[in-house]
Design a protein around this ligand. Structure first.
Ligand SMILES: [Zn+2]
Ligand SMILES: [Zn+2]
Length: 240
């Protein structure tokens, strides 16, 4: 039996460890959700002033965050990132993204659903048709390695449980690693690998797990707009 199948079987048979803190959940409702009630109670997206460009909560700044003030404007129109990458959010993301905690998918999808209403309130997206969700495609090889696409799984749940439209129109071409590159290098590298393969929606919300430099979201928004998409927003679980 291969590694992916084994971990899926393990998740099914022993679904009780919390995907955030790793503790054993003590009732079926908690274990079915993959996250213990303590962690679930703490991981609530904050309604607070955020940087309109990168979506981080603002501490003492007014308007844009200090980092974004020094940068060129990104290709997307606005963004929200729900949690700082650390503590419980880090635990959740690591077990969902890098581990195999598929059982946490419904919990992660609920956080994204809250994020979408936050995004809607912040940017006035409530009236008319809500923008279509565009999952950021995984890097080449990740799908093979993990056996499933974590962001696509979230898009599927949001479509099924909340009626969100989903447009899977982005493709990520193979690229060299971003790790050794500086910010300008990352932007350029990413822009050459994200392509829009198909008709994009008129307005889109990119969904991704973590935003660091914003190069990935920028490249995605650029590819979408280059193919005719008019407005692009972004929603990420964490910022780092
Ligand atoms: Zn927990
Ligand atoms: Zn910012």
């Amino acid at each position: 039996m291969n590694r992916i199948l084994l971990s899926a079987v393990r998740d099914f048979v022993f679904p009780s460890a919390c995907a955030c803190c790793g503790s054993a959940a003590d009732d079926r409702r908690e274990s079915a959700d993959g996250v213990c009630s303590d962690c679930a109670g703490l991981l609530v997206p904050e309604r607070c002033p955020r940087c309109p460009r990168c979506g981080r909560p603002l501490v003492s700044e007014i308007g844009m965050c200090a980092e974004c003030r020094l940068r060129d404007p990104p290709s997307f129109d606005g963004a929200i990132a729900l949690f700082r990458y650390g503590g419980l959010a880090r635990g959740l993301l690591r077990s969902y993204k890098f581990g195999s905690a598929r059982t946490a998918a419904p919990f992660v999808a609920r956080l994204f659903a809250e994020g979408l209403s936050l995004l809607g309130e912040t940017y006035g997206l409530g009236s008319g048709t809500f923008p279509a969700l565009v999952p950021v495609p995984p890097r080449a090889g990740k799908l093979k390695e993990k056996g499933w696409d974590q962001m696509d799984a979230i898009a599927r749940l949001l479509s099924r449980n909340h009626g969100c439209a989903v447009a899977r129109c982005l493709r990520r071409l193979p690229s060299r690693s971003q790790k050794s590159l500086d910010r300008a290098g990352r932007l350029e590298n990413m822009r050459s690998v994200m392509v829009c393969a198909g008709k994009p929606p008129e307005s889109a919300v990119l969904i991704d797990d973590v935003v660091t430099t914003g190069a990935t979201l920028d490249a995605c928004a650029r590819a979408l707009k280059g193919s005719g998409c008019v407005s692009v927003w972004a929603l990420a679980l964490c910022w780092d």
